[in-house]
Design a protein around this ligand. Structure first.
Ligand code: ZN
Length: 170
């Protein structure tokens, strides 16, 4: 499945800028993926992005102990770190790149939550123990929303990224 060319051509509003830092030459694919997710998310949830000047910096990192990805918000800036298989493996394993694309998509959903202040309704109705840190994290509406959308967004807007990443390995 591939993303529609129409979606890819859309740009971001001029107040929102994106930069990337990866060892593999995947900058254009990562940016295109974000642009696709940006417009889908706004339409899907009928939300509007911030009009404040905001810069999003997306970078590949070596493996963490804690997580495969993390998004950090500060005044006017959002920093996204995703464990980059190009730094860690010589692998041409498709599942590695699918996980990479899904992790990127997951963190991009958190970026959209920050840009739109969207409060997802999520899973709050399901019984879970809010005093338990692990349950609080896994059942929090923002996390559930990111997990629901990550595979869909990776498949819809990340297929070129996965193709170009696996081709680079040859
Ligand atoms: Zn998350």
């Amino acid at each position: 499945m591939s993303s529609s060319p129409k979606t890819r051509k859309k740009a971001l509003p001029s107040n929102i800028t994106v930069s990337t830092a990866f060892i593999a030459p995947i900058d254009n694919e990562v940016k295109a993926m974000f642009v696709g997710i940006f417009h889908d998310y706004l339409k899907r949830f009928k939300v509007k992005p911030t009009t404040n000047k905001t810069h999003i910096a997306i970078c590949g990192t070596r493996e963490y102990n804690e997580a495969l990805g993390v998004a950090t918000e500060a005044e006017g800036r959002i920093h996204v770190e995703v464990c980059d298989p190009s730094l860690e493996y010589d692998g041409d394993h498709l599942f590695v790149y699918i996980k990479f694309a899904e992790t990127l998509a997951h963190e991009m959903v958190h970026v959209m939550q920050a840009l739109t202040s969207h409060q997802s309704e999520g899973f709050d109705v399901v019984r879970h123990d809010k005093r338990n840190a692990k349950e609080e994290y896994f059942f929090s509406p923002a996390e559930v929303e990111a997990r629901v959308l990550e595979a869909f967004y990776a498949d819809t807007y990340g297929s070129e990224l996965m193709v170009s990443t696996t081709e680079e390995e040859e």
